[in-house]
Design a binder for this molecule. Structure first.
Ligand SMILES: *Cc1c(COP(=O)(O)O)cnc(C)c1O
Length: 362
């Protein structure tokens, strides 16, 4: 392993965050969301590690589900966007998957399909996000149709909050209200909460909660630091200093010379760039840790490298470790500096970054 850019994935941290989600809503089952390669953490590795405890896994599409089945995962797996064409239905039966139905088109496709055994469907209603879901005024009729179809063995009601991350909870309260009016009874299975719902509205969790980002140790809640939610960071992104130079006052560093030394500076070049998934939008000042001491990025992030200020880190030299996010710097904080959210940081990590898995037993 030559180039030092590495994402260390702590599987035990993901398990602790999973157990924390369980504690928040002890009467809910937990569907572990592992779409997009488990938010960049490795869907197969995360799913294998959590399989003994996870009640189910959630993925975006059938390719992601088949990857898990091929890896030996036997837990229920839900396709969160359902099927994209009717031909997928046979495979859904064969691979023993659950599917969302969010549109009238999918409803028509399933009603016309001849399936060798009936499947579990999660019927999604549009409670206000206006992205996916059956319209509320059609919901009861569609639900009844599904319940009577020979192709279907169970129907779970499902909604998705648009604004559960917001400090103002009125929108979520209204969407919960809208949803509760549509489900047949409190006993019938339903699912509402993503991570923001689990953390901020655990009473709305229902039969199934669907945490994603919180399992990976970042919070979706605005203005909150992950430590406030007991979340353990799961990914530590690090690399090493590969060159050091002295930069006199008035000289600039990096493309377009956006940063100019205001004092005699020592600058380290680090093997990490936007082709690794580190955002090019990271501003001068974005925090990093070098040899365990906090400092900052200076100048533009380039494709394979970026520069950090080592002026006050006297021990720093070629080979010094650099942490971009993880135990010491939260992905939420870095995301703020990059005008983005931790979701894009995690899912953006590219294959060039080595992955190393660590865990403890039990
Ligand atoms: C991605 C997704 C989730 C998880 O969302 P987080 O904000 O990461 O917790 C839950 N439900 C659905 C339908 C999703 O697509």
């Amino acid at each position: 392993m030559a180039r030092p850019a590495t994402a260390v994935i702590n599987l035990s941290a993901i398990r602790e965050n999973f157990r924390f989600a369980q504690e928040l809503a002890p009467y809910s089952r937990v569907m572990v969301i592992v779409k997009a390669n488990a938010y960049g953490h490795g869907a197969v590795e995360v799913s294998r590690f959590l399989a003994p405890e996870a009640d189910a896994f959630g993925v975006a599409c059938i390719e992601e589900a088949i990857e898990l089945r091929d890896a030996g995962i036997e837990n229920p797996i839900l396709l969160l966007e359902g099927f994209f064409e009717p031909e997928e239905l046979d495979l859904i039966v064969e691979k023993d998957l659950w599917t969302v139905i969010h549109s009238e088109e999918q409803l028509a496709w399933i009603s016309q399909a001849k399936l060798s055994s009936p499947i579990t469907v999660w019927l999604k209603v549009d409670i206000g996000m206006h992205r996916l879901g059956i319209s509320p005024d059609r919901y009861e009729a569609v639900r009844t149709m599904l319940e009577e179809m020979p192709q279907v063995c169970e129907v779970v009601s499902m909604g998705h909050f648009s604004s559960a991350d917001d400090e103002n909870q009125n929108v979520t309260a209204a969407q919960t209200e809208r949803f509760k009016k549509l489900i047949p009874s409190n006993e019938s299975p339903f699912s509402l909460a993503n991570s923001a719902g689990c953390l901020a509205h655990s009473k709305a969790s229902g039969t199934w909660q669907r945490p994603g980002i919180m399992l990976y140790g970042a919070t979706p809640l605005k203005g909150h630091k992950p430590e406030h939610g007991n979340l353990k960071p799961a990914m530590t992104l690090n690399s090493e200093v590969i060159a050091v130079r002295d930069v006199p006052i008035g000289e600039s560093v990096g493309y377009s010379a956006t940063w100019t030394a205001a004092r005699p500076s020592r600058i380290g070049t680090v093997a990490m760039g936007y082709a690794d998934g580190f955002p090019r939008h990271a501003k001068t000042g974005t925090p990093v840790m070098v040899d365990g001491i906090e400092t900052q990025i200076v100048g533009r992030v380039s494709m394979d490298m970026l520069a950090v200020d080592l002026t006050e880190i006297l021990t720093a030299k070629v080979g010094s470790s650099v942490e971009f996010w993880g135990e010491d710097i939260s992905a939420n904080l870095v995301a703020d500096w990059c005008d983005t959210i931790p979701y894009t940081l995690f899912t953006g990590i590219t294959n060039r970054v080595h992955k190393r898995y660590i865990w403890e037993t039990s």
